[in-house]
Design a protein around this ligand. Sequence first.
Ligand code: ADP
Length: 190
Amino acid sequence: MKYYVLFGPPGAGKGTQATAMVEKYNLHHISTGALLRKEIAAGTELGLQAKALIEKGCLVPDEVVEGMIENEFKNVTGVDGFLLDGFPRTLPQAEALDNILTKTSEEVTATVSIMIPDAMIMERIKGRAIKEGRADDASEDIINNRIATYHNQTEPLIEYYRKTRKYHEIDGAGTIEEVRDRIFSVMDKF
Ligand code: ADP
């Protein structure tokens, strides 16, 4: 099994690119953001707790998303691997992922990081807000908090994956097809 981590700031285009990646490499897409939004829509207890945090631009607790990931690994078969989108987002989550995979003698295959500057983050999320109507895309304050959360809590993961030579950064500026082809040229190596 291949375990790819799709990494990058909010608005980098992870969701868009994930669709092409899962199709080409027969992967199962796990988006923790999408899973959480599903819980919110279903009105579950977990969804209720997550909603308040997400709408402030904060992260939900590590244990919550870790449990979701482990469930997906257990329940999905018939694929060549998994594409993790939006997870891990903190150092403890990255360590938890390593621990989960070690149990079955597996490991992260590669981290594909889509990089865009902060100014582009704001521009892209505002564009998406019009189309998708996500509550956490609604105000500049929330978006700014998510950008800050990314820099403080998620960015340290770059160093974590660099150390084990699993970090592959690609330029997220350009057309969807240009970025996709840059991603494919990295993934073709595995
Ligand atoms: P984006 O890529 O635009 O940041 P996501 O859909 O990945 O959006 O996530 C939306 C929100 O869901 C995050 O801002 C966060 O509150 C919550 N979330 C998603 N993944 C995680 C995670 N791994 N750990 C904690 N919170 C998460």
